[in-house]
Design a binder for this molecule. Structure first.
Ligand code: C5P
Length: 404
């Protein structure tokens, strides 16, 4: 899960409608509380059959809105006030009923009235029985909602409360946050129509059937870049080595193991790409021979012969077509800027992102990074320490500004 400061102090209304997946909204609200969002929750009457308002009041720290005409207030315009307050509304889970009401312009309870009065982007995360999901009227309603510029986080295939498998499970938390990030992005759709290819994570270079050489890369920076490109409306191709993270949804993910496989996957896809961002920590060397059987201890020192892997980024940059933007990373523990500038030039890149894994809060595996951005036009921007997703946003802003 990516922490980000994009949600800090932002006014977010969470709408909960009546499906069994309603219990999962607690984790979503909790995530937003930890990110420092200003939260208000509204529930339909059916939602309160599945989960109590007290649970969501406790998690959000505010009373839950439920009634259009509450007994304890003189105001009959609370739904309009809340709609005016909201910077975003996230309906999690969204039933077929609320989708139908919203697409049909119906406002007959607090949640549907607030949605209709809203003038901000709305995220719907549908969850329902798979026959309901496949119903053409539901699909038409979703299409209308999409056409109106709102965001849909599609449900997943899996075990349903009905006791069998099908399409209709609420999207997992990572996907909900990925969708919310896109819904709230200040430059949403700024890369509409573009294709962005990203390499991420480490590679593994096998020595024998049970051992390999690798590095400490977690893939977090690369996946954060993939979230960022997705949020900006790009078609994303993510080519990643072995990682422990959930691959994002809504993009083409290609899983590879070795540098040579990553090289091949990049060659297969890069022609289509308008941007190539190489965030992978590709192993520079591999064992010259991979033993077919496990290498046994012999009691004597062992000599290993290594050979160089192909430089994927350099190959792509050399064969780039006009208009293609190529961005690399430089992980340096000493003489960082000198080495990064040399790589920028030698690999003929448009920009390079320099980081030092020995600095606190930077480099491999952690959620934050501290980078310096260098452009081939000489521009240099040093960023403070920040979450990797926020670094990713700055990298895209930087490249868009410097390479118009
Ligand atoms: O030369 P160096 O390995 O430090 O360059 C780092 C940049 O090159 C990173 O963007 C990395 O993803 C890329 N790279 C590559 N193929 C390699 C080695 C590095 O694409 N074999």
């Amino acid at each position: 899960m990516f922490p980000t400061d994009l949600f800090r102090d932002r006014k977010i209304v969470v709408g909960v409608t009546g499906g069994i997946a309603a219990y999962k909204v607690c984790e979503f609200i909790r995530y937003l509380v930890t990110r420092g969002s200003q939260l208000r929750v509204m529930m339909t009457r059916s939602a309160t059959e599945f989960i109590t308002p007290l649970t969501l009041e406790t998690l959000s720290g505010h009373p839950v809105y439920r009634e259009l005409f509450p007994q304890d207030t003189f105001s009959a315009t609370q739904h309009v006030n809340l709609a005016d307050w909201a910077e975003t509304i996230a309906v999690v889970p969204a039933t077929a009923n609320i989708l139908g009401k919203f697409a049909g312009g119906i406002a007959d309870d607090f949640v549907s009235s607030t949605l209709l009065a809203a003038h901000c982007p709305i995220l719907f995360a549908p969850a329902m029985n798979h026959h309901m999901w496949e119903n053409p009227f539901v699909q038409q309603n979703l299409e209308r909602i999409r056409q109106a510029g709102h965001e849909i986080c599609p449900p997943e295939y899996g075990f349903l409360a009905e006791g069998y498998e099908g399409m209709g499970r609420l999207a997992r938390l990572e996907y909900l946050i990925q969708s919310l990030y896109r819904t709230m992005h200040p430059a949403r759709d700024s890369l509409q129509g573009k294709t962005v290819l990203i390499t991420a994570g480490p590679t593994r270079e096998p020595l024998d059937p049970v051992r390999y050489f690798s590095n400490f890369s977690s893939g977090k920076m690369g996946l954060a870049l993939a979230w960022e490109a997705f949020a900006r409306g790009a078609r994303v191709i993510l080519i990643h080595g072995p990682i422990q993270l959930t691959p994002p949804f809504g993009m083409e993910c290609v899983a590879v193991e070795t540098a040579r496989q990553m090289h091949q996957a990049v060659l297969d896809h890069y022609q289509d790409a308008d941007w190539v961002i190489s965030a992978a920590a590709v192993a520079d060397f591999r064992p010259k021979r991979t033993a077919e059987e496990k290498i046994k201890k012999s009691g004597t020192p062992m000599q290993l012969e290594l050979e160089a892997n192909p430089d994927i980024l350099a190959t792509v940059a050399k064969e780039r077509r006009a208009g293609q933007l190529i961005i690399g990373f430089a992980v340096e523990t000493h003489d960082g800027e000198k080495n990064a500038r040399r790589k920028l030039q030698e690999k003929s890149l448009d920009a390079i992102v320099l980081n030092n894994p020995l600095e606190k809060g930077a480099g491999f595996a952690v959620d934050t990074n501290r980078v310096t951005l260098l452009h081939r036009n000489g521009t240099r921007v040093e960023l403070d320490i920040m979450y990797k997703l926020d670094v990713a946003r700055k990298i895209f802003d930087f490249v868009l500004e410097q390479s118009p």
